[in-house]
Design a protein around this ligand. Structure first.
Ligand code: AHM
Ligand code: MG
Length: 324
């Protein structure tokens, strides 16, 4: 079986990018180890603090953020980092070549119930004229990402990654090495499986309500398909399922809090997941347009997400074109 290193070298990935990915994975392996210990390491439960988005932080949100931050800033290639759990970007080496944005532990509401969570990351080229803690350095469209991926901490620990040459999966072995276990992943074009938090239905836009209503009508409805539904409440697990067997994942615009359209974040969740999905032949949108074409206005900006199997995402886009 092929090791991650060998695979990246064969893809002509630059030695610097390989070094950066390696560094990032050192932190992810530590997170994986902590998660495995669970209650034995006293790491479950709340940290008693809130992040900038007003969400209660879990102990492991804080621990994994600290691990990633410390590890990445020790790497001379890193000019700056931005994290879902940090109020502001943090500067690294002023001569560093890359910026890294990350969600240290996505789906963290699942930690205490022992369900899959993950670390999501996105790597950008650092502009030479802006400091590593300057927010504007990070405000690049998703299409500019150099690499993106996630590590899913589940029954197996799996790295899913792209550098723009397809999406590939690597499984973590006991030796600490990641081995290539699926090359050039392809999201099936059609699907009958959707993922959405139905309890928010009354807050969605009319077009989304109508689309989901029609899915629920099954074979007798206008979509003429019997759908199945899944909701793990961990985006990494959801995207992993879609990369594996197809599906559509939606966290749509939501008018609970009008100033926060959608729950997910563009820089830490929307862009990296879009890169992975589109490199695997899927489609990733905000229900109107490609997520990776959106010009970010702030590092903690939120975005509506509708991604997955191409044909199904096109159906969702069509409802939004007709009923918006
Ligand atoms: P988090 O980054 O604070 O963990 O929030 C993101 C998570 C996603 O993984 C998941 O898709 C969503 O929030 C679940 O939301 P809900 O609580 O509405 O089910
Ligand atoms: Mg999170």
């Amino acid at each position: 079986m092929k090791r991650l290193h060998q695979f990246l070298r064969e893809q002509h990935t630059s030695p610097e990018l390989i070094e950066l990915i390696d560094t990032l994975l050192v932190a992810c392996k530590e997170v994986a180890y902590l998660l495995k210990q669970g209650a034995l390491a006293g790491i479950l439960g709340s940290a008693g603090a809130e992040n900038i988005q007003g969400e209660t932080q879990k102990k492991l949100d804080v621990l994994s953020n600290d691990l990633l931050k410390k590890t990445l800033l020790s790497c001379s290639l890193v000019k700056g980092i931005a994290s879902e759990e940090e109020d502001f970007p943090v500067a690294g080496n002023p001569n560093g070549k890359y910026l890294v944005t990350f969600d240290p532990l996505d789906g963290s509401s699942n930690i205490d119930v022992n369900v899959s969570v993950g670390t999501i990351f996105s790597i950008l080229q650092a502009p030479t004229d802006l400091a590593g803690d300057d927010e504007s350095a990070f405000l690049q469209q998703g299409s500019k990402q150099v690499a993106a991926g996630y590590v899913l901490y589940g029954p197996s620990n799996i790295l899913v990654m792209t550098t723009g040459k397809g999406t590939h999966m690597f499984t973590l072995a006991n030796t600490g090495d990641f081995f290539l276990t699926r090359e050039l992943v392809q999201v099936p074009v059609t699907t009958k499986e959707f993922a959405i938090n139905m309890s928010n239905q009354r807050f969605w836009e009319h077009a989304m309500q109508s689309y989901v209503d029609d899915m629920l009508k099954g074979e007798e409805g206008p979509l003429a398909k019997r759908y199945n539904m899944r909701w793990v409440a961990s985006m990494v697990a959801e995207v992993h399922r879609i990369l594996t067997r197809g599906g559509i994942f939606m966290y749509p615009y939501d008018y609970r809090e009008p100033k926060k359209p959608g729950k997910l974040r563009l820089m830490y969740e929307g862009n990296p997941m879009s890169f992975l999905i589109e490199q695997a032949g899927g489609l990733s949108t905000n229900a109107y347009t490609h997520i990776m074409g959106i010009q970010p206005k702030g590092i903690h900006e939120r975005v509506a997400v509708v991604l997955g199997s191409k044909e199904e995402v096109n159906i969702a886009l069509d409802y939004h074109r007709r009923l918006a």
